[in-house]
Design a protein around this ligand. Sequence first.
Ligand SMILES: [Zn+2]
Length: 263
Amino acid sequence: MKFVDAHIHLSDPEYSSILDKIIGDAKKSNVVALVSNSMDLETSKRSIQLAKKNPGLVFAAIGIHPWNAQRLTEDELETTLEFIRNLNEESKRHVVAIGEIGLDSMYAMKEEQQKFQRRIFNEMLHLAEELSLPAIIHSRGAASEIAEILTSYNLRKVLFHWFSTPRELIPELIGRGYYISEGPPVLYSKRIRENIKAIPIENLLTETDGPVRFWGPFKGKITTPAFIPLVVDEIAKLKGMKLEEAAAQIYENFINFFGVKSI
Ligand SMILES: [Zn+2]
C-alpha cells in the first residue's frame, strides 16, 4: 500500500534537527510522497533543496503564506516573485505547486494588513496561472471569499488544505474540480469527519501539516508522516471502503493532482 502526505512543512525550523527521522518515518510507513510547503522566500528555497536531496519522495510547493504577509516588505515581495518566476530548469523539475498561499483574517486585523494579504494572495495566484502550477490554499475563516477570488483566475488545479468551514461550500469546490486535503483531525474532529463524508473520495488527499501539533490520539506527539496510514484508515471507515481501496484512490488522486509520474 502507498500513502501520500500532500501538505507538510519539511522546511520548518522545528523539523531541521529531526529531518532524517521524519523522512525515515515516511519511508517506514509507506508514505511515498511528501509535498514540502513553504512560508516565504527562505523556506521556498529550503523546500526546493529538500526535494533535490530526496528526488521522487519530496516535492516542493513554494510561495508566501498569509501569516507572513504582515511582516513582508515591498522589496521582499518583489524578490520572492522574481525568485519564483526565474527558477532554473533543475529547480523547476522539483516544484509541483504554489503553496502555501491564501487568506487568514486572524493574521490581518487592520484593514491595511488585509489589503496587503489579499494583494500577496493575488500575486501568488497570478504566478500559479502563469507557471501552470496547482495552488495549495490556506482558507481559515476565508473559504467563501477565496472561492470568489478564484473565479477571476484560470486555475484548474486547486487544493484546499485542512478545509474546515463552511461545509455548504464543498459541493461548489468539488463542482469546479478542486481537491480537498484532510489530516489527523479526521480521527477526532466531528466537523472534519462530517466534511470527509461530503467530499467524494476522488477529490480527497491526505496531509499532516506537520510540524503543527494535534489533539485526540496525537496529543503531545511530534507530527510525523507516520500518522498518514491512521488517517487513511479512518477515511476508509467513514467512506465504508476497504483501507487498500481508499489508499489506492488517494494515491491516484495525488498523481493526478500534482501531475507527477508514478512514484
Ligand atoms: Zn500548512
